[in-house]
Design a protein. Structure first.
Ligand SMILES: N[C@@H](Cc1c[nH]cn1)C(=O)NCC(=O)O
Length: 418
């Protein structure tokens, strides 16, 4: 008689909880962007006046723009560094250990971040919130790697492309809902409850980690694969990195510079829109900024099918980098409604993300490293130092790339492209 783990419902159950792993952390990642006004708002508003129904002083945490951007930079740096070690750790200790550890780090990080907001006006606020983002950054990127490994294992040779599409869509849904609801929630319940709400969504991720681990363990045992996977993982050699071609590296660089423009922009987009285009409320500005993720959510699946059909991933990646350039021109030098720019950015982002993700979990690992480094590059303006670090990260992470690709037997696909 066929075991439960061999049936379709079992792997779709795994997929459902696997998707929930990152839903909350993606939601949390951009909470600061929606609430940038409050993060940078005044500690008190003693002489506030109301003009046309809006108060001219926003009460908030009193951060400077630099301190606000540091929240994203510290996430990016720890994410980038930890993801390198995470790869090796997961290889040695397994997916189950990975989901527990990294989803726990997300919970811890987002909780510390929320706790920090209670220390408004004290010297503890920034260290607590930065430590929160640091721990959150240590968990989130690495969690996506384990998530993709689990999807790849359960859907290898079956509905793999669709499963990756659904996983990505679920994460995007987290981002989209953040830009739709966080401001309304903050209006009603205040900043502290909003941040605790984000932490609660990360707890949902942790609960899903428990369920996914259990399903994975039971299923692997039924399939008699537990030992085989560990053995395969140990056989992978670091020298395999030499097999990656110049064409592959060029694609990596393209995506790296591409992401450099996307996430730093989203981090500051809501406030930028309010500052530059005077007739946008905070809520409207968040909707417009979130349109990058909205279009990505809507398009990812169809773009995936298109790229699977026509191939040319490298061409798509380069083309969307080129077509993104005018967006920043529009935003900087014209008054064309910003929704045009954010939807446009969402379209090119979808093509870039999908064409890159077609290299499966191994490359996803690399994506996180490169894009996160470049968030710092953008924010700090310290190009040389961060470029150096990125190179170090790249070479270290490519070792992991070779490992993971072998592990999932996806090398033939990668080398097809090259
Ligand atoms: N580490 C995440 C950061 C992120 C960005 N938006 C939501 N979370 C990441 O690198 N994601 C890659 C992606 O394409 O979403």
């Amino acid at each position: 008689m066929a075991q439960a783990a061999e049936k379709a419902y079992y792997r779709f159950l795994v997929l459902f909880f696997n998707c929930l792993l990152t839903f909350g952390s993606y939601f949390c990642f951009d909470i600061p962007s929606v609430l940038q006004n409050q993060f940078q708002g005044n500690l008190t508003c003693p002489n506030a006046t109301v003009i046309n129904g809006t108060v001219d002083c926003v009460e908030g945490l009193g951060m400077s723009p630099q301190q606000y951007n540091l929240l994203y930079a510290i996430y990016a740096w720890t994410n980038a560094v930890v993801v390198i070690m995470a790869g090796f750790l997961i290889d040695k200790l397994g997916n189950r250990f990975g989901v527990f550890l990294f989803s726990f780090l997300c919970v811890l990080g987002s909780s510390l971040f929320a706790l920090g907001s209670h220390f408004r006006g004290t010297p503890y606020l920034l260290p607590l919130m930065l430590t929160g983002r640091l721990l959150f950054g240590s968990g989130n990127g690495s969690l996506t790697i384990v998530q993709n490994r689990i999807t790849a294992f359960w859907f290898k040779g079956k509905e793999l492309a669709q499963a990756f599409g659904v996983t990505l869509a679920f994460s995007r849904l987290g981002s989209v809902l953040n830009f739709f609801f966080t401001q309304t929630f903050e209006d009603k319940y205040g900043m502290q409850w909003t941040l605790w709400g984000g932490a609660l969504l990360c707890v949902l991720g942790f609960v899903s980690a428990v369920v996914v681990s259990a399903l994975d363990k039971i299923g692997m045992r039924q399939l008699g694969l537990d030992g085989a996977i560990a053995e395969e993982s140990r056989k992978v050699r670091v020298q395999d990195v030499k097999l990656l071609s110049l064409r592959y590296w060029l694609l990596v660089l393209t995506i790296m510079f591409f992401y450099n423009g996307i996430f730093p922009f989203i981090a500051d987009a809501s406030k930028f829109i309010q500052d530059k285009y005077s007739d946008y409320s905070q809520k409207e500005a968040a909707y417009v900024a979130g349109a990058v993720y909205d279009s990505s959510l809507v398009l990812s699946a169809s773009v995936g099918i298109l790229i699977d059909y026509v191939g040319l991933r490298g061409v798509f990646a380069v083309a969307c980098a080129v077509f993104t350039l005018p967006v920043f021109g529009l935003l900087a030098f014209t008054f064309v409604p910003p929704l045009v720019s954010t939807i446009w950015l969402g379209v090119t982002y979808s093509f870039a993300a999908v064409s890159f993700r077609r290299f499966k979990s191994a490359v996803n690992h690399l994506t996180h490293i490169v894009l996160d480094c470049y968030i710092f590059y953008f924010i700090s303006g310290d190009g040389f130092k961060s470029s150096l670090l990125t190179c170090v990260n790249l070479s270290a992470s490519i070792q992991r790339l070779a490992k993971v690709s072998k592990f999932f037997h996806i090398q033939p696909k990668i080398f097809d492209f090259m």
